[in-house]
Design a protein around this ligand. Structure first.
Ligand SMILES: Cc1ncc(COP(=O)(O)O)c(C=O)c1O
Length: 440
């Protein structure tokens, strides 16, 4: 069959069966097989229109309020808008709409304008930038920090500045795309070790001793599984081989460790990690990314990270908001505590109900449903019940581990979580996850 007709077939099967796998995978496969961009784009647009006309597109939902424990969500194909319990936001501490954070952004806009107007190396640095960098360095227990426009660009810029063609990047198999992209851009050799398997990492390091710089990169909390990297053990192995350790704290900053200081604080290895990378867009509630570490390492990265050098600096509004958010985390320690209360409650209830979930509680709880049709049916039913949850299909996760990805915030009330649990259980029965239908 020609590749173009493969794509036609994929589109038809999507139209015939709403439970079919969404066409993203089919399109990627067809492109790999040689279908040109215009053909793929036209057919993909048709498939998206089809899903949208039925109100079944689970992507690109528009929020009409801040992304918090509850939000008003646009539903153009139905009544217009719905108030939903939000289990899909990474605003873990509820700071995106905190009055102090918003006020800091407004004040910075009035003083310095809405945009930075230049890259950080030229004239894109403001007092709000330096204030944030100092706060981030203190929060992480490091000498220096440098901000980027996003967490994605921080990983891409840092990894490709630290490593080059004579070097080696070693990633956990579940590492975020931004680390993979950074490794590819660096031109270094890329090796992968089994998820959280310290012995395997030890072997990979032992077998690859010739590279000049060897950078091991892991995540504080993994974005699709919600589990933590065993940083103390990983650090021991990395030190044994005289390699460097980068920890992406996108999901652990503001979440793990005393006062939300992150994964290093949680594992008692603060001050020992070579490079912390993170985002300002999740628990910190704003937007942007950062790297923190020893002064000389951060200075080098500041001058050599291409994603920093060739990109406009984060807006003063954003850096001011993020600095204010770190102050709030320090002042309102109950937020981290309440987040964990919510994590423990939802995790234990899902476990009691018999769902296949992560072993330990965390603000990211994957509910493994194991097939695309069940995932689609459950997600649609949950959305109809006003529970906004992310569905994670292949290729974002392996076939057979398709999942609902639940994320929690400090602002969720017990009532909201109980209602969400009731709906998740009913959707699971209706989709046949437990082998029988729920009573009406
Ligand atoms: C582990 C991880 N690293 C990096 C990023 C990128 O951060 P940002 O959204 O700020 O670009 C994300 C998520 O978006 C992530 O989950």
């Amino acid at each position: 069959m020609s590749t173009a007709s493969q794509l036609v077939k994929a589109k038809k099967s999507i139209e015939a069966q709403d439970n079919e796998e969404m066409s993203l995978v089919e399109v990627l496969r067809a492109r790999e097989n040689g279908v040109d961009f215009r053909t793929a784009a036209s057919m993909f647009a048709g498939a998206v229109d089809h899903f949208e006309s039925k109100g079944h597109n689970l992507y690109r939902r528009m929020l009409l309020e801040p992304s918090d424990a509850e939000a008003l969500v646009d539903y153009p194909h139905e009544a217009g808008e719905r108030r939903m319990i939000m289990l899909a936001s990474n605003n873990y501490l509820g700071l995106a709409s905190h009055p102090k954070v918003i006020e800091a952004a407004c004040q910075a806009a009035r003083m310095y304008g809405a945009g930075a107007g230049s890259s950080p190396l030229l004239v894109g640095t403001f007092p709000t930038t330096r204030k944030l960098e100092t706060k981030l360095a203190n929060f992480k227990g490091t000498e220096e920090a440098c901000v980027f426009a996003t967490g994605y660009s921080a990983n891409v810029g840092v990894i490709s500045a630290v490593c080059g063609k004579n070097d080696l990047v070693i990633l956990d198999r579940y590492s975020h795309a931004s680390m993979v992209d950074g490794a590819k851009l660096s031109g270094a050799q890329l090796k992968v070790f089994r998820h959280n398997d310290v012995e395997h990492l030890d072997n990979v390091l032992r077998r690859n001793q010739d590279a000049r710089t060897r950078l091991v990169a892991v995540e504080g909390i993994y974005s699709m599984d919600g589990d933590a990297a065993p940083l103390d053990e990983i650090l021991r192995v990395v030190r044994k081989h005289d390699a460097m350790l980068l920890v992406d704290e996108a999901h652990s900053t503001g979440v793990l460790g005393e006062g939300g200081r992150g994964a290093a604080a949680h594992f008692g290895v603060e001050g020992q990690i070579d490079l912390h990378v993170g985002t300002l867009s999740k628990a910190i509630g704003a937007c942007g990314g950062f790297v923190a570490g020893k002064s000389d390492l951060v200075t080098y990265i500041r001058y050599f990270a291409r994603s920093g050098m060739f990109s406009t600096a984060p807006s003063p509004m954003v850096t001011a908001a993020a600095a204010a958010a770190i102050e709030v985390i320090e002042e309102e320690s109950w937020r981290v505590e309440r987040l964990w209360d919510n994590c423990r409650f939802l995790h234990s209830e899902l476990k009691r109900m018999g769902f296949k979930i992560s072993e330990q509680p965390s603000p990211i709880i994957p509910v493994i449903v194991g097939s695309m049709p069940i995932l689609r049916q459950m997600t649609l039913e949950l959305h109809r019940a006003n529970i906004c949850v992310n569905s994670v299909p292949f290729p974002a996760v392996a076939h057979g581990s398709e999942r609902l990805r639940i994320s929690l915030t400090a602002n969720h009330t017990r009532e909201q979580l109980v209602e969400a649990l009731r709906c998740i259980k009913r959707a699971a029965y209706n989709a046949g996850l437990f082998g029988e239908k729920a009573a009406a």
